[in-house]
Design a protein around this ligand. Sequence first.
Ligand code: C5P
Length: 286
Amino acid sequence: RRNFTIAIDGPAASGKSSTARAVAQELGFGYIDSGSIYRCATLLALRQNITEISKHTDDLVAMILKSTVEIKVQPSNSLNAMPSLGRLAVPEVQVLLDGEDVSGEIRKPEVNRMVAKVASESSVREAVLGIQRSMAARAKTRSSQNQSANNEGMPEGVVMDGRDIGTTIFPNAELKIYLDASAMARAIRRWDEMNNQLKDTKQQQKQQKQQQQSASDAQKAGSTTEAPTYPSVEEIARELEARDYADINREHSPLRIASDAVVIDNTNLTFEQQVYTITDLARERM
Ligand code: C5P
């Protein structure tokens, strides 16, 4: 069967992941979030109290090669909870590190702060490259098994998002997209996302509290969990800027626009507009 790879690169919080997931669902393709592999590598380092990455790269690479990372896509038929995503259903993704669900943990501020440093090590990138390519091969095979009747005759395919997918990982990808947005738009979107999660967490905590209140007094005493607090838009903007700076200026596979990439600035596009722009381009090239 024919093969089709879509590479989506771009700076932090430019909407790569949700766009890639929606594109994959529209086309019946597999999806791989390459950033989550670097995030898992960072979590491995943090859990071993490794903070000076450059002094412990060999240990870290050994840990990465010993671990298994799985990215599980849950196809979605329901409308997304985020109104900004419009009518498109965006599948949820679960990241498993050695079988443990770390989807929440790999998005924590400690990981955000350290991941670009981990990703700047060439030996780490080499280890991750192997994982990415074998994941892509498996995802393509799965995509051909999962494709529904209205995708009949489609190539088997995968959508992978990251920083160096079109330049290094899949330089021959059939379609390369560079997704960008203004720094402020990206910071506001990330802030929105965090606040939505915060609302969910608060809601859950309220429900837990109500349940506990109807239980014994002894249980009540131990039930005070602190509500998490999230940074301001300005703080998020600074964090994104620092990560982009590191990703653009590192020596190995820096973030670059591939010469044959289609650049989409989505600052003023709706989510649907950008997803359909990409699926239309893909269908033209199939
Ligand atoms: O995409 P996400 O923001 O989750 O990526 C986290 C970090 O992982 C990036 O800031 C970058 O340092 C690294 N990364 C990378 N190459 C990729 C994907 C992610 O260096 N292909």
